[in-house]
Design a binder for this molecule. Structure first.
Ligand SMILES: *Cc1c(COP(=O)(O)O)cnc(C)c1O
Length: 409
């Protein structure tokens, strides 16, 4: 087999997206406008929610979710130690204290018993992460927060936040759905399961708008979704009480600033990419599933651990293909990654746990307290999984992974 160079996760952009971006550029409206509104509607329909809000990233979406709920200083937010920094950073940006929880043994999910133990009267939210596109066990999380209901003290640093926290009357359940757009569990879509879900449309994700993200939420008794939507608009556009589109109305020049807030809106150019990705997304998800099936066969043959993306209760978005080679340590894993790279197979590691990172170490976290997260990370190799892979590319990855890893098993 001739040597190939297999990229880890290049964006899949077709002529459809390119043409729609050109149309947008020519339309005279390039920032937040009709295409963003259309994309929001499509996302809400797809996720079976009343509303969706498009923003410039999942990180912004998660942060605004905290702000909408009035979570900030003095509050605690429970986050898995095993995730990407954005999951924790968004809570920190709001002034909340992050409390890390270790993973279940040999799992990408948190240890839900440890989550229960970590809940105090200061806990306002738990963020679960749908790692690799597999939806976490929110039924279990809802059980945990219900069981700790007596500890929950509704708070909130805004009027809307106070009303949301009082209406729910328990710790809020957040989903970091950066990987799980399009996934479902027990017939429910990512986006309609947790109280709030953020999605990422970053260039490396399944569904991209170059940079971008969105948020969805479940209806909350007594809370008006239009009010929620309006508040997201204010937070994401300077707290300016009239958005750019509305300002084009005849003679309406005046606006107010109701808070010194943020600038994290999505542009119509980004939304143009998303609208066309939507048309292609079912095919893209199908292709991911086909590649995963081949990788699963390879791993099963080798005795290498892999995630179960498709089960009788869940359909993954097939975002990442994590493998764990039995019996190897971090050092050998690094060796394998280099050998694969030399053969043109570019792999990655998702994730080095946050307590190993300088920023979180400086906050006092120590990986020794998260042995399961460390274990999971120590022999993990993420394979290239994307929709630009040809059948020959997939065969090439399989052949080389098999040859390299076989030496270590
Ligand atoms: C990519 C990613 C994010 C951040 O997404 P952005 O859109 O870049 O802000 C958050 N969480 C996880 C798990 C991710 O992989």
């Amino acid at each position: 087999m001739e040597k190939r160079n297999i990229a880890f996760s290049p964006p899949d952009i077709s002529e459809l997206e390119i043409e729609e971006v050109i149309q947008t550029l020519k339309s005279g409206w390039i920032t937040t406008g009709p295409r963003v509104k259309e994309l929001e509607k499509k996302i809400a329909d797809y996720c079976h929610t009343s509303k969706a809000v498009c923003l410039n990233s999942a990180t912004a979406a998660e942060e605004l979710n905290f702000r909408i709920c009035g979570i900030g200083e003095g509050d605690e937010v429970i986050v898995p130690a095993y995730t990407y920094t954005a999951t924790a950073a968004a809570a920190i940006h709001c002034g909340a204290k992050v409390v890390f929880v270790d993973s279940k043994k040999n799992s990408t999910e948190m240890d839900y018993d440890k989550v229960a133990e970590a809940i105090t009267e200061k806990t306002k939210a738990i963020v679960a992460v749908d790692i690799a596109g597999i939806i976490a066990d929110y039924d279990k999380l809802y059980e945990v927060v219900e069981s700790k209901k007596d500890l929950f003290v509704p708070g909130g640093n805004t009027d809307l936040g106070r009303r949301i926290q009082s209406a729910l009357g328990r710790v809020l359940v957040f989903a970091d759905g950066a990987h799980s757009f399009g996934a479902s569990r027990n017939g429910k879509m990512a986006g309609e399961i947790a109280d709030f879900t953020d999605f990422s449309f970053h260039a490396v994700k399944n569904f991209t708008t170059a940079e971008g993200g969105a948020t969805t939420w479940r209806d909350i008794p007594g809370i008006d979704n239009e009010e929620m939507y309006h508040q997201y608009q204010l937070y994401s556009l300077h707290g300016q009480s009239k958005d750019a589109l509305a300002k084009t109305k005849v003679g309406a020049w005046e606006y107010d600033i109701v808070g010194p807030w943020y600038k994290c809106n999505m542009t119509d150019i980004m939304a143009a990419i998303g609208l066309k990705q939507f048309e292609r997304y079912p095919e893209m998800l199908k292709k991911r599933k086909e590649i995963i099936k081949k990788y699963d066969e390879m791993c099963d043959g080798l005795g290498v651990y892999h995630l179960q993306h498709y089960t009788d209760y869940g359909i993954s978005s097939g975002h990442l293909y994590l493998t764990r080679v039995p019996g190897i340590n971090d050092e050998i894993r690094r060796e394998i990654i280099i050998k694969l790279a030399e053969r043109g197979v570019n792999t990655n590691v998702h994730y080095k746990p946050l307590p190993m990172m300088t920023a979180y170490k400086q906050m006092g976290w120590d990986i020794k307290d998260f042995p399961n997260a460390y274990d999971y990370y120590s022999n993990l190799i993420t394979l290239p999984l994307h929709t630009n892979l040809s059948d020959e590319d997939v065969d090439y990855v399989i052949k080389n992974f098999d040859e390299v890893v076989r030496e270590y098993i």
